[in-house]
Design a binder for this molecule. Sequence first.
Ligand code: ADP
Length: 241
Amino acid sequence: MNSRTSSTGLGIRIEGLRKRYGEGDMAVEALREVNMIVAPGEVVGLVGPSGSGKSTLLKCLGAIITPTAGKMWLGDQPIFDNGWKTNDLRALRRDSIGFIFQAPYLIPFLDVTDNVALLPMLAGLSNDKARSRALDLLTELDVQHRAKAQPSKLSGGEQQRVSIARALANQPPVILADEPTAPLDSERALGVMRILNRMAVQYKTAIIVVTHDEKIIPTFKRIYHIRDGKTYEEAGEGREP
Ligand code: ADP
């Protein structure tokens, strides 16, 4: 399954999404009304205070937990339509969603190339083709000179670029980035945003960046604020990172 090939142009679409944890007196309405559209090639920010529902929304989008109500599409695939539509959630996560976290979480005993090539191999690409795709991405991200190194030999910024290459490796229509710049200084944080913006356009990927990093907030053209489980859209400054 690779929904990019069949995509009709929408990256992410969410309508009226709700998520309740628990029942009765113990129930927590973590998401009350989430509406969101992210086009292919677009990078949007998702900003909100602690407890506002950011992680719950990312887990719903990442097909890790089931929403209580509402609708979600990735590409043209309805992944939740008041009931799971996609049978193979593992394949959905592998092929349609790239994840970038605050820490790179590279596999320490694989070299940099194999860290990036692993997901395409698991998706069925031959080892040679997967490694060649990994090298292309590492070149795009300017870490090709570290291709044969073990992750522990790389600087923090280099490891984060490898983790971005890994997120792009299966050419997913969607990338979910959770505080990807939090540990980085200003220059490196803006560098990561430059890369994400360039990659979004080049690979027609819809990217959501959860952040409260003041350094990068001015780079977004659109921001979704989330408060008490409800989203509000706002135009951002859209400054060049
Ligand atoms: P954020 O990521 O913005 O900090 P969360 O999505 O983690 O917010 O949490 C939103 C609300 O849902 C909070 O009130 C939190 O306590 C609650 N919550 C999160 N996960 C669970 C869970 N597994 N069970 C019950 N309540 C939860």
